[in-house]
Design a protein. Structure first.
Lengths: 114, 114
């Protein structure tokens, strides 16, 4: 197992376009998390899944954002009609979902909206 | 709602000197506390965590942290820093013991002087 992977690592898009990111968690982990990190800030929680069920969404996750984990394995995060304010690093993490367990983070996808 | 404050945005330390990074949290229940490190181009890596027991916890890379409930603090320490410790350090409090998501501070950027 090579850890959490994210693709693409970088994405440049024009305002108004839709983008989709993919996260592959550590295989035995049932919880998967998405965070957003802007320059000079700590990661901010967006949403998380227990297997295929999306259990919580932050109010940061506007209607333009949608996340899925259809088979309880990989997850996708889609942003529709991107805005310049969406430019950020999008981080994915996974864990066993037990209290006190570590969340393992992927390298992130850096989104730049022109 | 939970929150984490890291009062120092930047800290500069000479190589071989001791280090202390400050973290204060606000959380209504028993806190699960974490320190992560983020190096340029790297994912977040867990240094250590605390949720019960001995209030002085040992982590990887020679780091330790002390939980002080009376001060709502969880400060990170290292007796002698190495140039490779230069990175961004994040303190986080775990919702649901961390299983439901993490709330991060804004981070402290550590600079090591030769």
């Amino acid at each position: 197992d090579t850890g959490v992977s994210q693709n693409p690592r970088h994405k440049i898009t024009k305002r108004g376009q839709n983008v989709t990111f993919r996260c592959d968690p550590i295989s035995e982990h049932n919880r998967l998390y998405w965070y957003r990190q802007t320059l000079g800030q700590g990661p901010e929680f967006l949403t998380y899944f227990q297997n295929e069920a999306q259990l919580e969404k932050s109010r940061l996750l506007s209607d333009r954002f949608s996340a899925e984990r259809p088979k309880g394995s990989f997850s996708t995060l889609e942003i529709q009609r991107t805005e310049q304010g969406d430019s950020a690093m999008y981080l994915c993490a996974s864990s066993l979902g037990v209290r006190g367990n570590e969340q393992f983070f992927g390298p992130g996808t850096r989104l730049t909206v022109l | 709602a939970q929150s984490v404050t890291q009062p120092d945005i930047h800290i500069t330390v000479s190589e071989g000197a001791s280090l202390e990074l400050r973290c204060n949290y606000s959380y209504g229940a028993t806190p699960y506390l974490f320190w992560y490190v983020q190096s340029p181009g790297q994912g977040l890596q867990l240094l250590l965590k605390y949720f019960s027991g001995d209030t002085l916890v040992q982590g990887i890379k020679g780091f330790e942290a002390e939980f002080k409930r009376s001060q709502s603090s969880f400060n990170l320490r290292k007796p002698s820093v190495h140039w490779s410790d230069a990175a961004e350090y994040f303190c986080a409090v775990g919702v649901g013991g961390g299983a439901d998501g993490l709330t991060f501070g804004k981070g402290t950027h550590l600079i090591i002087q030769p």
